[in-house]
Write a protein that binds this ligand. Sequence first.
Ligand code: G3I
Length: 376
Amino acid sequence: MGREDSRGDRGHFTGNPKQAAPGHSIGAARLTRRSLLRAAAATAAVVPFGSAHAAGKPVPFGGAIQIEYLDSDPAYAKAFLDHCDIIMPMNELKFSSLHPAREAFNFAPADRLVDLATTNGRRSRGHTHVWWNALPAWLQAITDPAEAERVLVEHIETVMDRYRGRLDSWDVVNEVIAHDPTEEGVMRDSYWMRILGPRHVPVAFAAAARADPSARLILNDYDLEFAGDRYDRRRAIVLEMVRQLQDAGIRIDGVGIQGHLYADLKIDIPALARFGEALKSLGLSLLISELDVIDWNIRGGPDEQDAAALIIVGDLLEGVFASGRPEAVITWGITDRYSWIPDVMPRRDGKPSRPLPLDAQYRPKPWFEMVRRRLA
Ligand code: G3I
C-alpha cells in the first residue's frame, strides 16, 4: 500500500501544536438537522456537477475567464463560448474581490462572468472561499478568533446564497496544504491558520454545506500529480483531510487537482491512480481544476514546447482517468495571449510561453485536440 492508504498520521486539524488554535475540535462543525433537511429538499433542477462522472457522459471541459479582457478583445469571450462547457471566474469570486470592506460586497464583476456562462447555457463554478492569498486588509486586522470565524461563515453563506443554482461547484478551500510538508508540517501558513488553526477547514466546509446543499464542495490544491516524496506526502495529507471531515460528519464531494504542470517534471501515474481510487472509495471524485503548462525549462521553440505539453498533459489524464472519469477538466485561461505563467515563470530564453490550449492567435494546440478526444 502506498502512503496515501495509511490512516496512521491523524491530527491534521487537531494535532499540530504549532498550528492548531487551542480548545477547538473538528466535531464542533457537524451538520445540523436543518442542513440535512435542506439537503433532502434540494431539487434536481441543477444538473449535478458529478453527473458526467456517474453516467459516463462526456466529461465537461471548462476554462477560467478574466474580466479585464472581455471588452478589449472580442475574440476572447468567443473562444470560451466556442470551446467550453464550463466558464468560471478566475479572480472575481476571491475574498478580496467580493468583499472589499466589512459591510460591502462587490458582486458586479463576478455576476458579469457568471451571467456570460449561464445566459449562454454554460455552467460555472466558484473559486474560492478560503485561500492564503487575496485577503483584504480589513479582514487580516481581525485578531479575535470568534469574530474571524463569524466573518468567514457569513461570507460563505452570503456568497453561496447569492449564487445558489448558478455555481454548481465550489473550491471551498484552496491551497491549504503546506508547500513542502516534508519540511514545514502539514498545513500552509495563512491568516486563517494563524487565527483559527486547522479547524478553519471543517468550519468552511460545514458552512458551505449548509449554505448550498446542491453545490459540489471541493478541496483544491496544487502539486498533487508529480513523482517524489513531497508529492506523495501532499496526496496523503489530502486523503487524511477528507477522512477527518467525513469522520466529523462534514460533507466534501471532490478534490481539485489544479494541474499547473511543470513540463520538465514527471507525473506519477500509478500514484495518481491510487489517489483517485482511495478518493473513490471515500465517495469522492477528482477534477482537474486549473490546467496549464509551465514550459520555462523546455529547450527549443513552439514545436518542442507543444511536444512536451502533449506528454505531460497526456500523463496527467492517464493518471486521473485510471480511477474513472473526472468531474471536469478546466484550464486556467484559454489562450496564451493571457496567462499568469509568463509573469511568474517566464522562459529563460525570453521566448513566449505556451501554457494554454489555444495559442496567442487562438489556434488549438495538439494537446487540446488530445484532451477533447479523451473527454468525449
Ligand atoms: O485587474 C487588476 C488591474 O486593474 C490592475 O491594473 C493590475 C495591476 O497589477 O492588477 C489587476 O489585477 C490582477 C489580477 O490578477 C488580474 O489580472 C492582480 O493584481 C493579480 O494579483 C491577479 O493575479 C491572480 C492571482 O491568482 C492572485 O489572485 C492571477 O490572475 C490568477 O491567475 C491567480 O490564480 C491562482 C489561483 O487562484 C490559485 N492557484 C494558482 C493560480 C495561479 O497563481
